[in-house]
Design a protein around this ligand. Structure first.
Ligand code: CU
Length: 164
């Protein structure tokens, strides 16, 4: 038996009808999105270098670190002090800020930021490790939106508007 090989039926109903009348206009739309980054009251980190008699330049540095309580304080300070070259570290629970003194021939600012972040705490420059944060005691699980570098002056009783 012979099978007649039928030609494909032309079912293509002008699928592609390239009309030259149609001019494709290419519109390049540049969308510039201005995101106003809210750098929460970014205060300049003060760096001062003090010359010590032994010719060791100790650098004093202050920067914001989030945290809640005394346990946070010890974790943060332990992390900072664990960096080789750090001479002292003192975190202020009210100001959410740490004062560090370090030998800048041995370490630098970012190493200290990174060490604190590794312990779970946010600094001005480095976000805290999420893994470490999860392991913090409940009371220490600070708010990531917390303001750093606070004045430490609570809006406490202001009697100035009273007549005594
Ligand atoms: Cu705490």
């Amino acid at each position: 038996m012979n099978f007649l090989k039928k030609n494909h039926e032309h079912k293509n109903d002008n699928v592609i009808d390239v009309s030259k009348k149609v001019i494709l206009g290419v519109a390049v739309i540049a969308v510039v999105v201005f995101t106003s980054c809210k750098n929460e009251t970014k205060k300049e980190t003060e760096t001062t270098t003090t010359q010590v008699s032994k010719e060791i330049a100790m650098t004093d540095l202050s920067f914001g670190v989030r945290g809640n309580c005394g346990m946070c304080k010890s974790t943060i300070e332990k992390a900072a002090n664990g960096v080789d070259g750090v001479a002292s570290a003192n975190w202020d629970v009210d100001k959410k800020k740490i004062d560090v003194s370090f030998d800048d021939t041995k370490t630098d600012e970012m190493a200290i930021h990174n060490a604190i972040a590794a312990s779970g705490y946010d600094t001005e420059k480095v976000s805290g490790s999420e893994e470490a944060y999860k392991d913090l005691p409940g009371c220490c699980q600070y708010d990531h939106e917390m303001m750093m570098n606070q004045s430490g002056e609570e809006e406490s009783d202001d009697h100035s508007n009273h007549d005594h």
